[in-house]
Design a binder for this molecule. Structure first.
Ligand code: AMP
Length: 507
C-alpha cells in the first residue's frame, strides 16, 4: 500500500466517524443525521442515523439547476439499432410519470416492486421512481427462468411487477412475458398489477385483463406529473437484490438508503474519479449489482452521463464498445474480464482505430483477471486497467486501488488493497490472522462500511448465520473467497471456499 493511501485507509478505520462524516457531505440530506454509526447490535450497522435523504433526489432532482440540459442517460441498443438520450430534465419528467403510475396502482413507501426487464431506459426510470416513492425495488435479471423468478416473487412479495414483452440477445428475441406469467402462476404470492413496456418484439405477447397494464398508456395518463420525493430515514431499505442460486430459498441482499448513497458518491470521487459533466460506460446489466451501482445510481449521483447499453461486445463488430467510448468521450469505463477475453481473440485494431483519448481508466470486476488478459488490455489501451474485487453483498469495491487518493503501481493479477472503510484481512479457518504469502479466507472485521448489505431481506438470523458464523468465537464477515497477500500488501483472490463459480461475472 502506498503511504498516502495507507494513511487514508487507516483513518477510515481508526476515525470511522470523522471519515464517513466527511464523505456524507458529498450528498444532500433533507435532514442531517444525528449519529454517523449505530453499532449497538453487532453485526447490524446503521449508518447516518436520523438523517433523511433520498436516492432519486440525489441522482436526479439535485442536478436540475446546474445541469438540467446535460445528458443524464444515453441508451444505445445494438440489438434494435436504437440510440436515445435523456437530459436530466427529461429523466426527471420520465421518473415522475413512472412514480405517478406506480402510486396510482397503489404502490406506497415500503412496498416492493419487482422489475423483470431488459436493458431499456424504462428500467432505470422504474428503479428511480421506486426510490422516489420509498418503494423497494427488486430487479431480477431479464430472461431468468420462471422458477427462479417465482422464488423471488415469493420472497419479495411485490405489489407491482414491471416487465416488458421481450429482451434481445445477439439478435435473438427472448420472450419475457410467458416466463413472467408462468412465474406468477408458480408463486403463491400474486402481484396486484403488472405494467408492461411493449417493445413490439413479440407479436404474440398476451395481457391478463384487469392485472396487466400498458406502460405507454399510463405514461400518457401521467404526463406532467410531479410526485414529491419521499424523505427516508437513512437505514430504511432501498432495494433487494437476490444473489443467484437456482435451488432453495434465494438470499435477498438488502441495502439501505443513506449508507449506499454516501458509499457510491465517495467511490466516484476516490476510486472511479468520475466527475460531473463527464460520461461513464459500465457494460453490465441492471440485473446485477454492478448495474445497480455503476450504471444507474453512482454516475447519476455524480452528475455524469451514463451509457445504458443493450447488446453484446462483438456486434456489429468487436469495435462497438470503443466506438462508444470515442463518440461519447467516455472518461470512466467498467467491464468484466470475460468480455475482455472475448475481445482479446479479435484483432487489436478494433480497439486501436478509435480515439480513446478521453478514457482515464478501465475498471474490471466480477471474476479473476488473469495476467495475460490484464497485460493485453493495458497494452492496447495504453492506460491503467484496474482490477477490483467485490460482491453483490458489498455494493461497491472491497479490494481496489484508489487512484483518486494515490496512484499506486498495478500488479498483474491483483486487485490491490483493501478499499477504505473495510477492515479487510485474511483469516485462517480457526479465526486467527494469516501472515504474508499464506492462503486464507478473505474476511472483514465488522462493522461493514456504508453501502454494504444491512441484512438479508426478511431474515436477520440468516444474515448473521450466513455471513458472520464461519469463525468460531469471532464475529467476522466472510467473503467465502480464498485470498493471499504478498509482502507488499497486494491481495490476490484464489477462488471460492464454497462451490459457487462465476461465469461472466454471474454466480
Ligand atoms: P457476485 O456477488 O455475484 O458479483 O460475485 C462476487 C464474487 O465474484 C466474489 O466473491 C469473487 O468470488 C468473484 N470476484 C469478483 N470480483 C473479482 C475479482 N476482481 N477477482 C477475483 N474474483 C472476483
Amino acid at each position: 500500500m502506498g503511504n498516502v493511501y495507507g494513511a487514508f485507509h487507516r483513518r477510515s478505520i481508526d476515525d470511522r466517524d470523522g471519515f464517513w462524516r466527511e464523505q456524507a457531505a458529498l450528498v444532500e440530506w433533507h435532514k442531517p443525521f444525528d449519529q454517523v454509526l449505530d453499532y449497538s447490535r453487532p453485526p447490524f450497522a446503521k449508518w447516518f442515523v436520523g438523517g433523511l435523504t433520498n436516492l432519486c433526489h440525489n441522482a436526479v432532482d439535485r442536478h436540475l439547476a446546474a445541469r438540467g440540459d446535460q445528458k443524464a442517460l444515453v441508451f444505445i441498443s445494438t440489438e434494435t439499432d436504437t440510440e436515445q438520450s435523456f437530459t436530466y430534465r427529461q429523466l426527471h419528467d420520465e421518473v415522475n410519470r413512472c412514480a405517478a403510475m406506480m402510486r396510482a396502482l397503489g404502490v406506497q413507501r415500503g412496498d416492493r416492486v419487482l422489475l423483470y426487464m431488459p436493458m431499456i431506459p424504462e428500467a432505470a426510470f422504474a428503479m428511480l421512481a421506486c426510490a422516489r416513492l420509498g418503494a423497494i425495488h427488486s430487479v431480477v435479471f431479464g430472461g431468468f427462468a420462471s422458477h427462479s423468478l417465482a422464488t423471488r416473487i415469493e420472497d419479495a412479495r411485490p405489489k407491482l411487477i414491471v416487465s416488458s414483452d421481450a429482451g434481445m440477445r445477439a439478435g435473438k428475441v427472448v420472450r419475457y412475458k410467458p416466463l413472467l406469467d408462468e412465474a406468477i402462476a408458480l408463486s403463491s404470492h400474486k402481484p396486484d398489477a403488472v405494467v408492461l413496456v411493449d417493445r413490439r418484439l413479440d407479436p404474440e405477447c398476451t395481457r391478463v385483463p384487469g392485472r396487466d397494464h400498458d406502460w405507454a398508456t399510463l405514461r400518457d395518463v401521467h404526463a406532467g406529473a410531479d410526485v414529491p420525493v419521499t424523505w427516508l430515514e437513512s437505514s430504511e431499505p432501498s432495494y433487494i437484490l437476490y444473489t443467484s442460486g437456482t435451488t432453495g430459498k434465494p438470499k435477498g441482499v438488502q441495502r439501505d438508503v443513506g449508507g449506499y448513497l454516501v458509499a457510491l458518491a465517495a467511490s466516484m470521487k476516490h476510486i472511479y474519479q468520475g466527475h460531473a459533466g463527464e460520461t461513464m460506460f459500465t457494460t453490465s446489466d441492471i440485473g446485477w449489482v454492478v448495474g445497480h451501482s455503476y450504471i444507474v445510481y453512482a454516475p447519476l449521483i455524480a452528475g455524469m452521463t451514463t451509457i445504458f447499453y443493450e447488446g453484446v461486445p462483438v456486434r456489429p463488430d468487436a469495435g462497438i464498445w470503443w466506438k462508444i467510448v470515442q463518440d461519447h468521450r467516455v472518461t470512466v469505463m467498467f467491464s468484466a474480464p470475460t468480455a475482455i477475453r472475448v475481445l482479446k481473440k479479435q484483432d487489436e485494431s478494433f480497439v486501436t482505430k478509435h480515439d480513446l483519448s478521453s478514457l482515464r481508466h478501465l475498471f474490471l470486476a466480477g471474476e479473476p483477471l488473469d495476467e495475460p488478459t490484464h497485460r493485453w488490455i493495458t497494452g492496447v489501451l495504453g492506460r491503467p486497467v484496474i482490477d477490483h474485487y467485490w460482491q453483490t453483498e458489498t455494493g461497491w469495491p472491497m479490494l481496489t486501488s484508489v487512484p483518486g487518493v494515490e496512484a499506486t503501481p498495478v500488479k498483474y493479477g491483483s486487485p490491490s488493497f483493501p478499499a477504505y472503510g473495510y477492515d479487510l484481512r485474511l483469516f485462517r479457518e480457526d479465526g486467527s490472522e494469516a501472515g504474508a504469502d499464506e492462503k486464507a479466507v478473505v474476511g472483514v472485521v465488522p462493522p461493514l462500511p456504508p453501502g454494504c448489505l444491512s441484512t438479508v431481506w426478511g431474515d436477520d438470523d440468516r444474515f448473521v448465520k450466513t455471513y458472520f458464523s464461519m469463525f468460531r468465537d469471532r464475529l467476522i464477515y466472510s467473503s467465502f473467497d480464498w485470498g493471499i497477500r504478498d509482502a507488499d500488501g497486494y491481495y490476490f483472490i484464489l477462488g471460492r471456499t464454497d462451490d459457487v463459480i462465476n461465469v461472466a461475472g454471474h454466480r
